[in-house]
Design a binder for this molecule. Structure first.
Ligand code: ARG
Length: 590
């Protein structure tokens, strides 16, 4: 049940016949900030007053007269200049909650209009180990995948690996000059990383850094790349040798992060199609030859995009154009999302513009852009030596810190009289992994993706506040109630009772639980997982007020106990589902 859409539909119906474009005004419903003004508020009367040439208050009255409230909402109150305040009937809320409890989807319906959406995310350049810069794309993309799938869309995930660029020229050069056979046998992944770093240092140490062309190592690497692209037998053979090593490295991280891809079609996959892309763009007059290169122009004052360089090399842009063609022809998507950081905004603007001119104007192309992860100095996060922080080390540290914290807080929890289970070594490791990785993911996803955020271990592992740790403990405590009561959860899902919503805290919790649906809807429309985090945080707060005010196991009657256990179970399930949509796991006890 989507409460917000229900009110919007009712308002739209009331406006139909009264004003042109009723749905535009019908959409003007928002949750209230203050519960004294009801649950939701419509401010349609103010803009409509201008359109109709009447006083807002009169317009509001006419709307209210025409509203079909059924048994859903109390008679609305008109407040201030013409706000219409809606308050759901508690008995109706109770029935919706009962229905949600009996539903695996917690009352969230599948979309009536499923779309096919390709999500391009993570997409690292693979000659080097994954670093912290790949974190955001990977977890935002994964969360959007989970969310859109849950809402009933057909999602195709594609990891557009950088597996063909100049970094392979560097690996080829490094391999030919500096390889350590022994290291290649024992740990080829590390050896690849070492060779990459070594060659980079060589290039940086060259005579004239600014004038890269004059740098002989850089030039040699470029030639290795060019030979690879031209199909040189040895370089292609070596590339085939390197790729599985590079992939093993990133796959380990994906497994750990619980991220999967339907397809991993890297840049190399498109190489054979690039000449044809350039020809097609030239034939249609979209691209022009310019001083031996091929470019696409945008505006008079804007720099053109290169799609073939003077030396014949194709570019990132050419590959992305081929990728759009391939995806549209193969999967016929309604939309393609690119979860890539904001620094590539111009690239995507130019790419989408070119693709539309090229005829791909039916597919919605979206750059789901995000900001940087900052260090304590508020600059993009780096190691102390100034290098990129490897993702694997970051995840290891998260888990180690989660483990330490678990030990520390155990004592405090015992002192507070909390029930703390005795966990074996395996279960402890499991808890640390779940809490540690959850903290990293949630800290990222709870930020509006377009903002930068400061990476802060203490904040992300805090037991209090809008953190995964807090949600995970709320979940576990909730499960503990069932263990303690001896009540089985199953009946609350197969034959849930109709809950009693007499206490304001019960009603507030019920309302928040029923807002899950509209939250997911909004998060999916805007591609903003942080709306789910904000929702979970509000839910956890409503739950805690409820828990402080409404005894569950010691309620006055057994009927009331059952009603409150239902609220508990539904809260736990909603937290678990919400976290799952963020790619975050829960444990049953800790
Ligand atoms: N490999 C690129 C990078 O690391 C990101 C690719 C994003 N996807 C795309 N289709 N361009 O910057």
């Amino acid at each position: 049940m989507n409460l917000l859409s229900l009110l919007q539909e009712k308002l739209t119906a009331a406006l139909t016949g009264l004003v042109p474009h009723p749905e535009t005004y019908g959409a003007l419903v928002r949750p209230t900030q203050d519960e004294r003004h009801g649950d939701y508020q419509a401010n349609a009367a103010m803009p409509l007053a201008k359109v109709l040439g009447q006083k807002p208050l009169d317009v509001a009255r006419r709307i209210v007269e025409r509203l079909a409230l059924d048994d859903v909402v109390e008679p609305p109150a008109i407040a201030g200049p013409g706000f219409i305040n809606f308050r759901f009937r508690s008995d109706w809320l109770a029935r919706q909650l009962q229905a949600a409890a009996a539903d695996d989807r917690l009352g969230v319906s599948s979309t009536a209009r499923p779309r096919t959406v390709v999500i391009d995310f993570s997409s690292p350049n693979v000659a080097k180990p994954m670093h912290v810069g790949h974190l955001r794309s990977t977890i935002i993309g994964d969360s959007l995948t989970r969310l859109l799938r849950f809402l009933g869309h057909r999602v195709i995930t594609d990891n557009h690996l950088g597996d063909w660029g100049t970094q392979f020229g560097m690996l080829l050069y490094g391999y030919k000059h500096y390889r350590n056979e022994e290291a290649l046998r024992t740990d080829p992944v590390r050896e690849m990383a070492r060779l990459y770093v070594k060659v980079r240092q060589e290039i940086a140490a060259g005579e004239d850094e600014a004038e890269e062309a004059a740098n002989p190592v850089a030039e040699a690497c470029r030639q290795e790349t060019a030979k690879l692209h031209a199909g040189d037998e040895e370089n292609v053979r070596l590339w085939r040798l390197f790729m599985p090593w590079c992939l093993a490295d990133i796959e380990r991280i994906y497994r750990r992060l619980d991220v999967r891809f339907d397809h991993t079609l890297g840049e190399s996959f498109y190489h054979p199609m690039l000449a044809d892309v350039v020809q097609s763009l030239l034939d249609r007059g979209i691209a022009q030859k310019s001083e031996g290169a091929v470019v696409v122009w945008f505006g008079a004052n804007e720099p053109p995009a290169l799609i073939r360089k003077k030396d014949g090399a194709f570019t990132y842009m050419t590959t992305d154009l081929a990728t759009i063609r391939y995806r549209v022809e193969t999967w016929k998507p309604d939309a393609i999302l690119y979860v890539v950081d904001f620094r590539q905004s111009l690239h995507f603007k130019n790419l989408f513009d070119t693709a539309r001119r090229w005829g791909y104007d039916q597919v919605e192309l979206v750059h789901v852009s995000f900001g940087s992860v900052l260090g304590p100095d508020r600059r993009p996060i780096k190691t102390r030596e100034g290098g990129a922080i490897e993702l694997e080390q970051l995840l290891d540290e998260a888990v180690a810190r989660a483990e330490q914290q678990y030990e520390r807080t155990r004592e405090e929890r015992l002192a507070r009289g909390e029930e703390v289970p005795e966990l074996g070594a395996d279960e402890r490791r499991q808890v640390a992994e779940t809490v540690g990785l959850g903290a990293v993911k949630y800290a990222d996803l709870s930020q509006n993706r377009e903002s930068d955020y400061v990476f802060n271990w203490d904040k992300m592992l805090a037991m209090d506040g809008n953190t995964a740790t807090y949600m995970q403990y709320a979940y576990v405590r909730n499960r503990g109630i069932f263990r303690k009561s001896g009540a089985a959860v199953e009946p609350f899902r197969t034959e849930p009772p109709e809950p009693t919503l007499t206490h304001p805290a019960e009603r507030a919790l019920a309302l928040q639980l029923l807002r899950f649906s509209e939250t997911l809807q909004a998060a999916a429309i805007e591609y903003r997982p942080h709306l789910i985090c904000g929702y979970l945080w509000e839910l956890a707060k409503s739950y805690s007020v409820f828990f402080q005010n409404c005894p569950v196991l010691r309620a006055e009657t057994s009927v009331l106990t059952r009603s409150r256990l239902l609220l508990c179970d539904l809260t736990a399930r909603t937290i678990q589902r919400g976290l799952d949509l963020l790619g975050i796991r829960t444990v049953e006890r800790m």
